[in-house]
Design a protein around this ligand. Structure first.
Ligand code: CP
Ligand code: NVA
Length: 309
């Protein structure tokens, strides 16, 4: 049994194994309908319990399809219906019940500490479906999408991030270290990664640069990533923050600084950080990026269950 919380804590060879498995599984499913089960139904009879303490469309749907396609099933709990959310039951007892009733737990939460607490008391795998510090399942899937489109290992590509230093970027930074790819980050000076992340970057041999300038960060990129300037539960002065990001909008002019065949990726939902002309252009691969989460999360589930081929 393995947990899947932060990319930085998972060995590179395991992350690569997940991607390789997802590639094989995606090819094998070409002729199957969305709810048809993969050959061998490797997670037959298994129940994934999901809980979202914050909004979700893609993560919810992709985990639903992922476990179904592996032969298992899913149940989504509403946090407001649990005793836990009212302070009327402990994480320890909740975790024990989840472990007895289900086979894996996927949690989207506003507290990294809560993930760690659950991990302590669960005897089934826990998967981080987004937390303040990480969006690991998203980013691993994005590595898959980049390699699928570019037909090259990501280590041979120049990746740029233009946007806020948030959970998705933190996971991209960890991915850059794990998969050894160049990552140029462009964000306003006051919104750069925090001290803990900078320490993690400096401690590890890496190819990461941070610029207070979007053009510098986009120069020569094979892929430009972005995300909302204001994340869920971001407790900031929104107008002020959006103003600070004005020069970091991804428009056609900025894309010209990247390679000619540069692609644009965004985990979605989007805000105003990307111009409609880029978002709806041929360079934008956001819909493929979203559906690929099903494929990669299947292999993440198999990894957690100790069933990766
Ligand atoms: N990208 C992503 O995680 O989307 P949701 O918030 O809709 O799950
Ligand atoms: N950074 C965003 C990602 C949403 C999928 C957020 O945390 O709201």
């Amino acid at each position: 049994m393995k947990h899947f919380i932060n990319l930085k804590d998972i060995p590179s060879k395991d992350l690569r194994k997940i991607i390789t498995d997802a590639k094989k599984r995606k090819i094998l499913r070409k002729k199957l309908n969305i709810l048809e089960v993969d050959k061998g139904a490797p997670l037959k009879g298994k129940l994934l319990i999901q809980m979202f303490e914050k909004s979700s469309l893609r993560t919810r749907l992709s985990f639903y399809l992922a476990i179904k396609q592996l032969g298992g099933s899913t149940l989504t709990l509403r946090p407001d219906e649990l005793h836990l959310s009212k302070g009327a039951e402990s994480i320890e007892d909740t975790a024990k019940i989840l472990s007895n009733f289900g086979n894996a737990f996927m949690l989207r939460t506003d507290s990294d500490k809560k993930l760690e607490e659950f991990k302590k008391y669960l005897s089934i795998p826990i998967i981080n479906g987004l937390s303040p510090s990480s969006h690991a399942t998203q980013v691993l899937s994005d590595i898959f999408t980049v390699e699928e489109i570019k037909k090259k290992p990501i280590s041979k590509l120049d990746i740029s991030w233009i946007g806020d230093a948030n959970n998705v970027l933190n996971s991209l930074i960890a991915a850059s270290i794990k998969f050894s790819f160049r990552l140029n980050i462009g964000c306003p000076k006051n919104y750069q990664p925090d001290k803990k992340i900078l320490h993690y970057i400096n401690k590890n041999h890496n190819k990461i640069s941070i610029y207070g300038n979007a053009i510098k960060a986009a120069a020569g990129a094979d892929v430009i990533f972005s995300d909302k300037v204001i994340s869920m539960n971001d407790k900031v002065n929104k107008i002020k923050k959006l103003n600070h990001f004005k020069k970091f909008k991804i428009d056609k002019k900025l894309m010209k600084h990247a390679k000619k065949d540069c692609i644009f990726l965004h985990c979605l939902p989007r805000g105003k950080e990307v111009d409609e002309k880029v978002f709806s252009s041929k360079q934008s691969k956001v819909w493929k990026q979203a559906i690929n989460r099903v494929h990669v999360q299947k292999s993440i589930l198999l990894y957690c269950f100790g069933k990766l081929r």
